[in-house]
Design a binder for this molecule. Structure first.
Ligand code: ZN
Length: 150
């Protein structure tokens, strides 16, 4: 886990229960571009974690804080992004998928009220296509993790 700094997060509203995981692609050509962007004062965006193409895991925001990854959906969610161009060509790497599943399993153990694993597109379909721009992204394979902790 590589800890990265970003000023772009806040406290969750009082009494918020974490219930959802929202998956993204960062639409970036490389991990460093995202790291640099989230450190930029203009970004106003962050994920809890970013999974690099080589499986390296970058953490930007503590789980209990609110990352700014899905407008209108941040309060009760955790945000995980794959580093991927989301251009309908670049595939997720197998190590990326495996590392993401490990993060999700850890979240499901730590936050037993999580009942939903969804995507940025599914919560904001008019504006966002990620992470479906990765041709081998299959939401069902991540949703399968939910049953293991029910
Ligand atoms: Zn997104």
């Amino acid at each position: 886990m590589i800890e990265c700094r970003t000023p772009h997060f806040s406290s969750r509203p009082a009494g918020t229960v974490i219930k959802r995981i929202i998956l993204h692609c960062d639409t970036s050509p490389n991990e460093q571009a995202t790291i640099n962007w989230f450190a930029n004062a203009d970004a106003r965006a962050s994920y809890h974690v970013l999974v690099g193409r080589d499986g390296r895991l970058y953490r930007f925001v503590p789980d209990l804080k609110m990352a700014w990854h899905a407008k209108g959906h941040n309060a009760n969610s955790l945000g995980l992004a794959f580093s991927n161009r989301n251009n309908k060509q670049e595939r997720l790497t197998s190590v990326q998928i495996a590392v993401a599943k490990g993060v999700i399993q850890r979240w499901l153990r730590g936050f037993p009220a999580i009942t939903t694993i969804t995507t940025h597109h599914d919560v904001d379909p008019k504006r966002k296509s990620d992470p479906y721009g990765a041709p081998n992204f299959e939401l069902v394979t991540f949703k399968e993790l939910l049953g293991q902790y029910a």
